[in-house]
Design a protein around this ligand. Structure first.
Ligand SMILES: *Cc1c(COP(=O)(O)O)cnc(C)c1O
Length: 516
């Protein structure tokens, strides 16, 4: 065989290229810089540790208008040259006003305080910088991720053919699940014309309390704008199985194809868990893919007392879990699990330079064959070290504790005449609102909005807001075992004070207005 030759550029550069300055080379982690690496990381850890030790509130209430000039003022083309100086600057543009999820009065979103073994994992994985796309960029990291996928699938009960992959978060996990469901639903429509005809007829059923990533996924997957059908929920904000059954029948009558039912195991707002076993029955009878979005509720997989709340999840075709929500892991750490490993082929493409098809026969484990991502973090290491240091029962006990605390908080709010509370969560949220008595009732929406903003501006506590039946409500999401019932009571008092003052000021103004 003759190797083709190509013309080679013969004009040499006028001068030999200068080597990078020694100072630049010294910033690369290698044998010569390990001492500097130790010092820089220790200095960073020390800054964070000092902040964590000192912060007396979850935020400072800084506004974008206050902070943006500080960030804008930084001249990115004029380096400070040293990690200490950069950390000093970072205090001003980030650390001083950061939102601290470890603080017991951070009660807003699904952000958890993080466990130290996972932080250790993070420090190791970023320095080694394995990439989980191929074996030749990861070695043991791939095996560790695979063990954790198997472990999670076993906890779910997905059976011997299960598989999955770590993802960047629940949104990506849901997207991939729906991609697989779409491909399975169009298995008989491979010709372009048949696919084009089918695509606009595909439908996804999920509850009205389901996650918006289902809608985004439908858009990304080229489905019709009305592809996601919001199925009504019961008083506990769980999907109504009979409504799912009816909707499937209605779709079929209308010539539509239900490609997936998405059950939610822990809705973001209400912590409600759809009746998974009933959904599994319906999906099995109708031959429809069942995806369970357990981004929030996955912590129950390790709960010593509440695992039964997920009964039926083992019959799903695919499951989303967010370890970065209820497993106390740092962002990002999530996975998609599937019952039948073969469906992951829908995400498989081969590149000659990366994962040529022959590697499959050679049984070289390339996780990129299962993933939407190519270069991918070794997030699994955080969960690995967490399990190796603490074990699953300890993690589950932490999640159990916040679920118990949320039940206490629900009781506290529901017994307080100043507030109205929605449904009792099966997990760890409380959705409620301040309800003015007497004159000013019509100000309830504005008063709750105001209370949330005023609270955030004070930095003393952070709570979330949402809408229920068109009304503004407030939401506690408890994910911190350090939050006490006293903390919750204290935050309720702050909310009542802000909202009460608002109602007082505005009801009086309205009165003055109508009289004048
Ligand atoms: C948070 C959440 C998601 C999205 O997960 P990310 O990790 O934020 O992408 C999906 N579904 C539910 C029910 C969630 O609570």
């Amino acid at each position: 065989m003759t190797v083709p030759t190509y013309p080679v550029e013969t004009t040499a550069p006028p001068t030999a290229p200068a080597p990078a300055p020694a100072a630049a080379r010294a910033q690369l982690l290698n044998q010569g810089s390990v001492e500097q690496y130790r010092q820089a990381i220790a200095a960073g850890v020390d800054r964070v540790a000092r902040r964590v030790a000192d912060v007396d509130r979850p935020g400072t209430g800084v506004t974008p208008a206050e902070l943006a000039p500080l960030v804008d003022r930084v001249d990115l083309d004029r380096p400070l040259g040293d990690a200490g100086a950069a950390l000093d600057e970072l205090e001003d543009v980030y650390l001083r006003d950061a939102v601290w999820f470890h603080h017991p009065r951070y009660l807003a979103h699904l952000n958890c305080p993080v466990v130290i073994p996972a932080l250790l994992g993070e420090a190791v994985l970023t320095a080694v910088n394995s990439s989980l796309d191929t074996w030749d960029q990861s070695a043991g990291a791939t095996l560790i991720e695979r063990r954790l996928i198997d472990w999670t699938a076993q906890r779910i009960g997905l059976g011997p053919d299960a598989d999955g992959v770590f993802t960047s978060g629940g949104s990506q996990s849901n997207l991939q699940a729906l991609l697989l469901a779409r491909e399975e639903a169009s298995a008989d429509a491979l010709a372009p014309a048949a696919r084009a005809e089918l695509l606009p007829r595909l439908r996804v059923l999920t509850s009205a309390a389901g996650h918006f990533s289902v809608q985004k996924s439908a858009k990304l997957l080229g489905l019709s704008p009305d592809a996601v059908i919001a199925v009504p929920t019961d008083a506990g904000r769980r999907i109504r199985p009979c409504a799912v059954r009816e909707e499937i029948a209605r779709c079929r009558q209308a010539g539509l194809v239900v490609m997936a039912v998405v059950g939610t195991a822990g809705t973001t707002d209400f912590g409600s868990i759809d009746p998974l076993a009933e959904l599994a029955d319906i999906c099995a009878a109708a031959g429809v893919w069942l995806h369970v979005d357990a981004a929030y509720g996955c912590g129950l997989l390790v709960s010593p007392t509440r695992r039964h709340l997920l009964d039926g999840i083992e019959r799903a075709d695919s499951v989303t879990v967010d370890y970065h929500k209820s497993f106390f892991q740092p962002v990002s750490s999530s996975a998609l699990l599937v019952r039948d490993r073969r469906v992951l082929r829908h995400a498989t493409y081969h590149a000659d330079y990366l994962n040529p098809a022959r590697m499959v026969e050679q049984r070289i484990p390339n996780q990129v064959d299962k993933s939407l991502q190519t270069t991918r973090r070794f997030d699994a290491l955080k969960l690995w070290l967490t399990l190796r240091v603490m074990g699953p029962d300890a993690l589950g006990a932490l999640f159990d504790e916040v679920v118990d605390r949320a039940a206490d908080a629900w009781r506290l709010v529901s017994e307080d005449p100043r507030f109205e509370v929605v449904t009792r969560s099966q997990l760890s949220t409380v959705v409620f609102r301040y309800l003015p008595t007497g004159p000013g009732r019509e100000l309830a929406d504005a008063a709750n909005l105001h209370a949330r903003e005023a609270l955030a501006a004070s930095g003393l506590a952070v709570v979330a807001g949402t809408r229920v039946d068109g009304r503004h409500f407030l939401k506690f999401t408890l994910l911190n075992p350090a939050t006490t019932v006293d903390d919750v009571g204290h935050v309720l008092d702050l909310i009542a004070t802000h909202a009460g003052r608002y109602v007082h000021d505005h009801a009086t103004a309205a009165l003055t207005c109508s009289v004048g």
